[in-house]
Ligand binder design. Sequence first.
Ligand SMILES: Cc1cc2nc3c(=O)[nH]c(=O)nc-3n(C[C@H](O)[C@H](O)[C@H](O)COP(=O)(O)OP(=O)(O)OC[C@H]3O[C@@H](n4cnc5c(N)ncnc54)[C@H](O)[C@@H]3O)c2cc1C
Length: 308
Amino acid sequence: MTSLETLQQLPFVSPNEPLARHTTIKVGGAAKIWVEPQNEVQLAEFLRLNAKLNVPLFVLGAGSNIVPSDAGFEGAILHLGKGFESSRVEENQLVAGGAAYLPRLTKFALENRLGNFEWACGVPGSVGGSVWGNAGARGWNGANFESRDSAADFAGAIAFDRSGNRVELGRNDVQFAYRKSSLGDLIVVEARFSLLPISEEEAKKRKEIVRELLERRRATQPANAASAGCVWKNPKVEGCAGAGALIEQLGLKGKTVGGAQVSEIHGNFVINAGGASAGDIRALVAQIEAEVREKTGIELEREARFLE
Ligand SMILES: Cc1cc2nc3c(=O)[nH]c(=O)nc-3n(C[C@H](O)[C@H](O)[C@H](O)COP(=O)(O)OP(=O)(O)OC[C@H]3O[C@@H](n4cnc5c(N)ncnc54)[C@H](O)[C@@H]3O)c2cc1C
């Protein structure tokens, strides 16, 4: 029996799952093996078996920062199932499963009179992916709108290593920087965030702020188009207002390759305008990078992950 056939014996494993179905940019061929455990026992069972078989493994959350390839993935895609979506409140902490969806968590936190998670209302990712990549956005922070990220409130996590060992991580066991963390190969199955206890009245006010944040997002980002979010990190170059602004200044908004297009609304988003292949997206991204390099000398660094 081949390694792939051995993995398929597990009841939560299935073959040939199209990645276009599981990514917000809606492109990509099939994963040879799709692994969707519903609890930690199943996850550990798969990881232990796979550590022996050595099948290439990629962890996919909500697929909102990933561009797969048209050839799919010659290995196993691990996607935490619904069993990892639950959330609860423990004192001032929001404790959420690795597959919990951030916009839903923002609502849940406010319903439980916990504030400061509003920044996440429009980030269409899972807790695991968002802690791994230190997702962040503008949000309400006590008295002001300012940028917050996963690291701001992170209080610890439960993760598994690739051999199936369960690891408990405290606040200081994980280092965060702009859109990255030190989590590496660890798979986050639960994370906790220390939030701000607020009154019923304050929660109401913040629900209104969430509505405003979402409205602002819809006006400034292609929120309804298929995309993988921001393709590039904002370059740390004096005078550069961000990757999106740079692309706009160079007149590259609206540029297309096949069904891929640089969003007319925000230059840092490459959208699947209809029928794009992963190859179209990649070709357009490469063209933008080359043009930015040639005209400004700036080397754009990717925020979205391109899966080979
Ligand atoms: C319309 C739109 C708006 C967006 N706005 C923002 C924004 O404002 N701010 C922002 O930061 N991002 C934004 N994004 C990008 C994206 O939503 C975030 O990066 C999000 O945190 C990715 O989470 P995910 O679950 O989708 O991860 P995926 O895209 O599935 O994966 C991203 C990375 O996380 C890893 N990963 C996934 N799950 C786990 C896990 N359980 N354990 C360990 N590693 C894991 C993957 O291996 C991969 O390397 C936006 C995207 C879209 C489409």
